[in-house]
Write a protein that binds this ligand. Structure first.
Ligand code: HGY
Ligand code: MN
Ligand code: MN
Length: 434
């Protein structure tokens, strides 16, 4: 990193917590009916959220562009506009009936950083890019982080036709329905030489910061995930007329598979592995018919890349044994896969220094959730700042984070970007504007 030119005193750039709260409320209003927030990837609602982000950034005078993966990138030109840029941002899509903060907190923090810099009339040495990623959640299609994976050059047009949601809609069809052209996905790839570093603020989605009374989480590693879709084909039949020994009950077989997932994640060799069956569908789903078909998803998370994939193979083998013993057919496929990453120490150190300068409590921690930064770290040195999740809840309507904590995180984000920019010492400690 370029050594900071600490002789240059920077203007006061306070972060405004009220504006962050307002923006979070505006994004939360862009949702389907029902509990919490439902704004799925490559939905019209996600596009509305990107339009809102773009309008706010344009109003600040930034140049805004959408790429072929559906990411929205707003740029503040620096004094050396032709050199590599610094970046920050997160995602605007949600899981079904999710919360108001997952992804959104990072986008709103980035927006507030942009506003604070623009209104101070200070200009950084490097251009700064503020990014809203498309379709980070794997909830709809299984494969997560499509926008940031496209930026990392990991998505082909063929991939987009293969992944489908639970209604059989492919990612490419969903993209086309919102005006994106999947044939042009490769144009969204970022070039490493165009980037200096990227820092994402995100809610922790766990209990570590709250339990330890810590304001700032500095992420050192992000968990990988391998996701499977399994179909079990039994024989549907009358619940009264079919004796137990003649059944091929797909749900009984699936139940054994679910418990096999829990067992493997809890065995002594899998400390740190998490395995979840989050979606399970039963056909025909009638009280008086033995389930003939069951499909379910498996989400395997780990910080050990090799063990993550081995767990997927072990479970697939166990599912096949269970199915064979019960005379049930099985089809399984990998619907998402991404490796764990360890974030570069120089970015971790920059975030730690920024938190320390502000006199804030901080701690290093790993992220069990996956993030866009995981993909972007393949393009440029990347870091993550966590802010506390109340009761550790996330991906549910009860997801909550104090706005003041997001503002603290946004201030650390701004200070970190200034330090990485090498353009001078961050401004004086900011009092929060009400
Ligand atoms: O699923 C995750 O880990 C993240 O919230 N996308
Ligand atoms: Mn997220
Ligand atoms: Mn999420």
């Amino acid at each position: 990193m370029i050594p900071a030119d600490s002789a240059v005193a920077l203007p006061h750039m306070p972060v405004d917590v009220a504006r962050i709260e307002r923006w979070i409320g505006e994004f939360a209003a862009l949702t389907e009916e029902g509990p919490g927030v439902t704004r799925l990837g490559y939905s019209a609602l996600e596009r509305e959220a990107h339009a809102l982000f773009g309008a706010e950034m344009s109003a600040l005078g930034l140049t805004v562009r959408g790429d072929t993966a559906g990411n929205t990138i707003a740029e503040l030109s620096g004094l050396e506009p032709d050199g590599p840029a610094l970046g920050t941002g997160s995602h605007l899509d949600s899981v079904p009936q999710g919360g108001r903060f997952d992804g959104i907190a990072g986008v709103c923090a980035a927006m507030e950083v942009a506003r604070a810099v623009v209104q101070s009339e200070w200009r950084p040495r490097h251009s700064w890019r503020f990014v809203a990623f498309a379709t980070e959640e794997g909830a709809r299609f299984g494969q997560a982080c499509n926008g940031s994976r496209a930026a990392a050059g990991l998505v082909s047009t063929g991939d987009l036709a293969v992944v489908k949601d639970s209604h059989g809609v492919s990612m490419s069809a969903a993209m086309a329905a919102v005006g994106l052209d999947p044939a042009r996905i490769a144009e969204s790839r970022w070039r490493s030489e165009d980037w200096l570093a990227f820092v994402e603020l995100h809610i922790e989605q766990g209990t570590v910061l709250e339990a330890s009374g810590t304001s700032i989480g500095v992420v050192d590693a992000i968990s990988g995930s391998t996701r499977l879709l399994v179909h079990l084909d039994g024989v549907a039949s009358h619940t009264g007329g079919t004796p137990m020994h003649q059944r091929r009950d797909a749900l009984a077989a699936a139940s054994e598979c679910v418990l096999a997932c829990e067992r493997i994640a809890n065995d002594a060799t899998h400390h740190g592995t998490r395995v979840t069956v989050g979606r399970l569908e039963v056909q025909p789903g009638s009280i008086t018919t033995i389930p003939g078909e069951v499909s379910f998803t498996i989400d395997i998370r780990d910080f050990d890349s090799e063990r993550q994939r081995r767990t997927a193979h072990l479970l697939d083998a166990q599912f096949r044994q269970i199915s064979a013993a019960r005379g049930v057919g099985i089809r399984s496929s990998v619907i998402g896969d991404t490796s764990p990453v360890f974030l570069p120490v120089e970015i971790v150190d920059s975030i730690v220094s920024a938190a320390r300068e502000r006199g804030l409590t901080y701690r290093l921690l790993s992220s069990g959730a996956s993030h866009d930064s995981q993909q972007i770290s393949r393009v440029t040195p990347t870091g993550m700042i966590f802010v506390p999740s109340i009761r550790g809840l996330s991906h549910v309507p009860e997801e909550n984070t104090a706005f003041d904590d997001i503002a603290l995180g946004a201030q650390v984000l701004l200070d970190t970007l200034i330090a990485l920019d090498g353009s001078g010492a961050p401004g004086p400690a900011a009092a929060w504007t009400a």
